[in-house]
Design a protein around this ligand. Structure first.
Ligand code: C5P
Length: 225
């Protein structure tokens, strides 16, 4: 049966708060996301912390640069032993190809269109095809050039799975077990994401900001069964 894994976004300001959060959650969560805020504050120590906790790291630094530079960054991430890294698909085919050639590399997850974009902001950034078409084209380009998965809205999962099946892993933020009335406008529940076919869901505030993060994580893991 298709399995959906939980990645907890370690969106905490410091190593101490990240450690405290993981200790509260316990051992049930197998993947943590280290993003640019924690990484710029604490560096590779944040990655080590998750590894010492016994979990895998999705290093979400959203690389976007010339192929040679991104290839070096992905190589360094590989030396840290992370499970996956994110790269903007708009960085282009050559950037992905260069990274895909690396031996012993982390999984390459391509960012399609950020969920903070709407049609207007996407147009203003120079993309002329609209969100749906842009996501579809970027995902196909990524797969052709070595991406192992793409990060997309849960609302796009069904369509991308229909085209690419199991060849392309789909990683979805924008998950809300209950509405928090925050900046995730088009959120779905963990169970809805699982039914749509997400391979990984990324959850931050519903766990981090919960009174009982362990109970919040356990409820989501239950929902994913
Ligand atoms: O707190 P919340 O559950 O909204 O956290 C979602 C996480 O996923 C954040 O770390 C955010 O940076 C990330 N993310 C996102 N939307 C994307 C890509 C990543 O919300 N399109």
């Amino acid at each position: 049966m298709h399995k959906t894994e939980l990645i907890v976004a370690l969106d905490t300001p410091s190593l101490a708060s990240a450690r405290a959060l993981m200790e509260k959650i316990g051992g049930g969560v197998k993947y943590y996301k280290v993003g640019s805020a924690l990484f710029t504050a604490e560096g590779p120590a944040a990655v080590d912390l998750v590894h010492k906790h016994g979990a895998k790291v999705f290093l979400d630094l959203k690389f976007h640069d010339i192929p040679n530079t991104v290839k070096s960054a992905v190589k360094n991430a590989g030396k840290m032993g992370v499970y996956s890294v994110s790269l903007h698909l708009s960085g282009g085919a050559d950037m992905f190809k260069a990274c895909a050639e690396l031996a012993d590399r982390p999984k390459l997850w391509g960012i399609t269109v950020l969920t903070s974009f709407n049609e207007y902001t996407l147009f203003r950034s120079g993309f002329r095809g609209g969100i749906d078409k842009t996501v579809k084209l970027l995902a196909a380009m990524g797969l052709e050039n070595g991406a192992d998965g793409v990060v997309c809205s849960p609302l796009e999962v069904h369509r991308l799975k229909a085209v690419h099946g199991a060849k392309l892993k789909l990683i979805t933020p924008g998950i809300r077990p209950v509405s928090l009335g925050d900046d995730q406008k088009r959120a779905v529940t963990p169970a809805e994401a699982r039914k749509a076919g997400s391979d990984f869901i990324v959850v931050g505030r519903p766990i981090i900001a919960a009174e009982d993060p362990a109970a919040a994580a356990a409820a989501i893991l239950e929902d994913l069964k």
